[in-house]
Ligand binder design. Structure first.
Ligand code: ADP
Ligand code: MG
Length: 575
């Protein structure tokens, strides 16, 4: 838990300064009533203006010092806690970026977002509050009690009663709010998930008239969060009036009983006034303390959730520097007895896969949906790690590669094409330092030049988040162009031509074959016509390899392949 404090880094001196300032403020507050009591007890000689000015000046200065200390302390503590939360956010985000897909599956994107934003804000509030209260509140409470007893010994029993009352109110409050704060963060997660899903799926929702169902889901999450907020709000809102009530009753009782004591000459007026002020300070500091205590549980839940991210070691990480091997970049890919089980899944998605894909060859992978084609593709750039077995690229286990180096060797076009907000050019270059010519060439091979040039702003055409303002086929071609940049030695096309018409597909394949001549091409598809000429076809069925060979061989030998082919090709094409 406390390890989160390391994010305070070099701010410890500022923290100390805040403590010092709040200490000074508390001292000033504690001193004022006693100073005043002395004056009242002694009395001011009438007409002695200079004495009044002097005394008044001193009191004003003390009050001013207190206020200045408080203002500066607030200023510094806000700054420290804002910087603290920025540093945590940075660390959390960096960590999340290092996560492999397995960790994303585990945490869920919605929860990762809440943890990066809302949870960190909770911790920031808590730190800000603690910095300002940690010294001043307990000090005022204890100091106040000592002083109150000194000035109003006969009245101390009132103090005991009203403090007990305040503590009782606080504990009641504490008991009822704390468990609810715990639920709060999970509810925020859920709301976040549903909102995200609704917004990104808005097209499908409209097309299926599913607004009502989605609305209900949202409402349910929203209502339960609101209910929690309301309960907490009601309890908290009762707190303030109740404490003020107790304070006022206390004042009345003290004055009433105090007046008699003054009349009996057993207490002086000034002492009585000081006593009242100390009692107020004590109760006020109790209230402050309880506020801090109330947000502790919520902050602790948030700290735990943040720590969960920070403590997660991504299952896929770079090998130790001395273990890294960097073979010559040729493009050989080999699967040796690879079995893969998704985290949380019971059945393996890939079972005992072995094959070799060589440079200058097209290795096609075909199979029905859900047969494990995309899963297989994910294993090569180490988006997931094989559960059993090994994958070799250029003779070296992918786990022994520097991940960056490995991924640089691969041009990967995922099945789910993803574009990012920015212009077309930045989507193709994607942060790599490449020439304009390279971009133009890649776009031209991917058959994207034509539609890009038709756009008014050409390569500077703005792409909306997720690429929603270009068509499916255009998105696909831009993703292909992105993968072609830098001519990698291994290409993985995961169902990358599915949104293209046959004419564009054949033009693209022609242009591609030139570019990919010396590379290894892994072509995942469901269209037999696309791979008739492939050098090697791997047929997947429920995660198993059920056939490896060329089109003709497989037609004869592999039942699954024959079934797929016969459903797509005419009788004449089949022989
Ligand atoms: P294909 O690309 O051949 O259509 P996939 O490789 O996408 O098939 O999926 C293979 C199997 O793995 C399917 O049964 C699918 O349900 C499962 N699967 C895919 N992604 C995940 C995931 N992130 N977590 C758990 N199971 C998954
Ligand atoms: Mg797939």
């Amino acid at each position: 838990m406390l390890n989160i404090l390391k994010f305070l880094k070099n701010d410890w001196w500022k923290v100390t300064l805040v403590f010092f300032l709040t200490f000074a403020q508390a001292m000033a507050n504690l001193y004022l009533p006693s100073y005043m009591s002395d004056i009242v007890n002694v009395g001011i000689p009438t007409g002695n203006i200079s004495y009044i000015l002097k005394i008044g000046g001193i009191m004003l200065s003390i009050a001013l010092i207190g206020i200045i200390c408080q203002v500066v302390a607030r200023f510094i503590s806000s700054k420290v806690s804002a910087g603290f939360s920025a540093d945590i956010r940075d660390a959390v985000f960096t960590k999340v970026e290092s996560f492999s897909l397995a960790e994303f599956d585990r945490f869920s994107t919605a929860s990762l977002i809440t943890r990066c934003t809302n949870d960190i804000t909770q911790v920031q509030h808590f730190l800000d509050m603690t910095l300002r209260m940690a010294i001043s509140a307990p000090m005022t409470a204890i100091g106040g009690i000592i002083m109150a007893i000194r000035y109003g010994q006969n009245l101390s029993w009132i103090l005991v009663i009203s403090c007990t009352a305040i503590i009782a109110v606080m504990s009641f409050n504490f008991l009822f709010t704390v468990p609810r704060f715990r639920q709060m963060q999970t509810n925020v997660d859920r709301l976040n998930l549903i909102t995200r899903e609704n917004l990104s799926g808005i097209r499908v929702i409209r097309a299926f008239n599913a607004q009502k169902i989605q609305d209900d889901k949202f409402n349910e999450a929203n209502v339960s969060l609101t209910r929690l907020n309301l309960i907490i709000g009601r309890i908290m809102s009762a707190l303030q009036p109740m404490t003020i009530f107790i304070m006022n009753i206390t004042t009345v009782v003290v004055l009433w009983l105090g007046a008699k004591l003054v009349a009996d000459l057993s207490i002086q007026v000034g002492d009585l006034m000081a006593f009242i002020q100390y009692v107020m300070q004590i109760m006020f500091s109790f209230q402050m303390l309880s506020m801090t205590f109330i947000i502790i549980p919520r902050a602790m839940v948030s700290v735990k959730r943040i720590n969960e991210i920070l403590d997660t070691e991504p299952v896929i990480k770079n090998p130790r520097q001395e273990d890294i091997k960097i073979p010559e970049n040729i493009g050989n890919v080999e699967f040796r007895n690879v079995t893969f089980i998704y985290p949380n899944a019971l059945e393996p998605a890939l079972k005992d896969i072995s094959f070799i894909a060589k440079p200058n060859e097209v290795t096609a992978i075909i199979g029905s949906t859900g047969s494990g084609k995309s899963t297989l593709a994910n294993l090569i750039p180490r988006l997931y790690d094989a559960t059993y077995g090994n994958i070799y690229v250029d003779g070296v286990d992918v786990k022994q590669f520097d991940i960056k180096n490995l991924r640089e060797r691969i041009g990967y076009v995922p099945q789910k094409n993803m574009l990012f907000s920015g212009d077309i050019e930045s989507n193709i270059s994607f942060g790599r330092d490449i020439s304009r010519d390279e971009i133009l060439e890649s776009a031209s091979i991917a058959q994207a030049s034509e539609f890009i040039n038709n756009k008014e702003e050409g390569y500077n055409h703005y792409i909306a988040q997720g690429g929603t303002n270009v068509s499916g086929g255009q998105k696909q071609r831009l993703s292909i162009a992105r993968a072609l940049v830098n001519s990698p030695k291994i290409y993985i096309f995961d169902d990358s031509f599915s949104s293209l018409d046959f004419h564009t597909e054949s033009k693209l394949k022609n242009a591609l074959s030139n570019r990919t001549k010396n590379s290894t091409v892994l072509l995942i598809t469901q269209r037999v016509s696309t791979i008739i000429n492939a050098d090697q076809i791997i047929v997947l069925d429920s995660g198993r390899v059920v056939g490896i060979g060329k089109h003709q061989d497989l037609l004869e030998k592999c039942n699954v392949y024959y079934e797929i082919a016969s459903s797509q090709l005419t009788k004449e094409e089949l022989v």
